[in-house]
Every structure is written in structure tokens, then in C-alpha cells.
Design a protein around this ligand. Sequence first.
Ligand code: SAH
Length: 358
Amino acid sequence: MPTSPINLYDLSVADLAELMQAWGQPSFRAKQLYRHLYVLRTASPQEMTDFPKALRERLASETALGGLTLVKRLVGDDGMTRKVLWQLPDKSPVETVLMIYPDRATVCVSSQSGCPMQCVFCATGKLGFLHDLTSGQIIEQVMWAERELAEVRAAGNQDVPQGLTNIVFMGMGEPFNNYDQWWTSVERLHDPAGYNMGARNFTVSTVGLVPGILRLAEASLPINLAISLHAAQDDVRSAMMPVNKRYPIAELIAATRVYTEKTRRRVSFEYVLLKEENDFPEQAAQLGQLLRPKGEPPLLCHVNLIPWNPVPGTPLGRSDRRRVLNFQSVLREHGVPCTVRVERGVDIAAACGQLAGE
Ligand code: SAH
């Protein structure tokens, strides 16, 4: 949902040029402003000291660096996981999570407020769909994470990278349901003249919207794709994820094959493990057969097992360590590369599927 005043992060260089021209500014101003936003990451117009005072004042009164209001900040994992809760003008929630490791720093960004997909195991789905975020509201979350990371580093922590290394679209919402705004944010954040994040450092996760997968296969930037699979049987998957009735497994796998053949890039399948729902060894074997079908070339993929993070008010259970490792070893016997996702943020409800805007 657009915000007033103008969110500067919603504007391309061309849009900034139009604005500066309308304000009677010289033509070089737009590039200068773009540099302030994405290279210098100047915190406010007042600090753009190479600008005339009148321009700084006009920027301060008619524009904003962002369209989200920060309402709460939580710190977990000894300071290495940080979550913020934002609000849109109508108070709808948005959340962003920063995860710091010695060798990398990842921001997990939301693309929508709430989510329309209604996966039974996910806290965000309980909110229903509230709003699509604009590209500027998506970008703003990344800029927050950079500032937050800089603060942690400034506090004297040696084990903190210089800047963000990864941007993952795995927060609230379904990115392919808000494809245009989401993709605009990717292109902007990638722009070598600006923020300059490498294409391979982005990962988008989809519930399995086939048109989005096919569209990404044709995209100009080689970003990473993760697909929430969660079951290899249609009845099990449909019970967990209503989207499976629209795009069943065979169709999803066919689209994934189009994607891997077109891009030559490996996709990552996410698989949330729910106790005695989708974590039986026979189900791992069926998943192995799905991804390594006899008589066909193997699908270029990797499986990321995610032990389910508890969501209040659901009757579901979390697979214990033994069932997780067993599932993993059956998959490996089928020749499928498989890892178990490292847990972060459980203590502050910032882990996968726990973003409920509370
Ligand atoms: N809409 C996108 C991104 C959302 S979340 C998608 O569906 O892929 C990122 C991942 O967390 C998805 O794989 C999602 O299925 C998973 N997830 C959701 N709830 C979870 C929970 N409670 N525990 C662990 N993972 C969960």
C-alpha cells in the first residue's frame, strides 16, 4: 500500500530525476540523491550536507526515507538475531529478521503484510492477507538491517561481517503474489550504481506458484529459488497447503524442471517436518523417488529440512531429532543432497513460520 509522504525508496533513478526536475533542481541532483539513499545510506535529508538547505528542508517535509513505522525491536540468540515489527499506516503488521553469523549476515524480508496462502502450519497465514508491500517498503527493511548490523559492529563485536551478505524473501507473505513490486526491489537492490548486492546473494522462497516459477526462469538476474514442497504426496500436501489444489505436485515439479533446464541453477526444496504427518521414512523414500525419478535425469536440487517451529493454536507437533536425522538419511540413500536448517530466533518468535505480527 502506497504511503504519503513520498517514500524515496519507491522511486527509481528516473523517478528521482523527474521529482528533482519538477522541483527546479539541476539535473545531477537525482544521481546525488540516489547515492545518498543506496551508497552512503544517509539517515535523513538533514544529513545530506552537499545539498542546499532549502532542498534538504523540502525533502524533509515532503518525502520520507521509508513507509513503515517501527513499533518494536526484539533481540535474541545473544544479540545475533534481531527482529523488528513494523506497522503500515492502518496498523497492519510487517516483520523483518536479521541473522548475524561470523562469516555472513542475512536479512529475512517480508513481501506482504499477512499472507493469503493459508498453510496450516504457519503463523503468518493466521493473519490472512492484509496488504501487498511496495518495492520501497521491501527495500526499507534491507536498509534497516544494514543500519542494525552497523550498530552491532560499532558496539565492538569482532565477529560481525562488514555488511549484509544475503537477502532472503522468506518473511511474511508470498513474494510471487506480489511479483512486480517484489522484483522491482530486487533490481533496485542489485543495481551496481547503487546498493550493489550480487544477484546470487538473493533467495526467494515460494509456496509453489507455478506462473511465478516460470517467470523467474526468464528473469534477467540469476537469483536463487527455494520452493516450499513439504510433502511428496498430493493428499498430504493439500492438507498442509491449500495451494496444492491449484498447483499439484506433478505440475510444480514440471515447472521446476523448466526452471532448472533454462537456468542451469539448482533449486532448494524446503520441507517442514511435522511429527507423524510428513516425517515417516516411507514418505522420505517417496520424496527421493519424486526428485530422482527412474529413467529420467535427476532434478537439479537440494532439500532443506526444517524442523517445524511451534505455532500456538495448532494441533501439530514438531519432529524430534531422531525422526529428522532418519528422514535425512533415507533421502541421502536416494542420492538427494539434504541439509537440516540451522535454527535462529525461536526465543523471540522470529524463526521460520513464526512471524505473526505480535
Ligand atoms: N510464502 C513463501 C515464504 C514464506 S516462509 C513460501 O511459502 O515459501 C519461508 C519458509 O518457512 C517456507 O518454506 C514455509 O513453509 C516455512 N514455514 C512456515 N511455517 C513454519 C513453521 N512453523 N516452522 C518452520 N517452517 C515454517
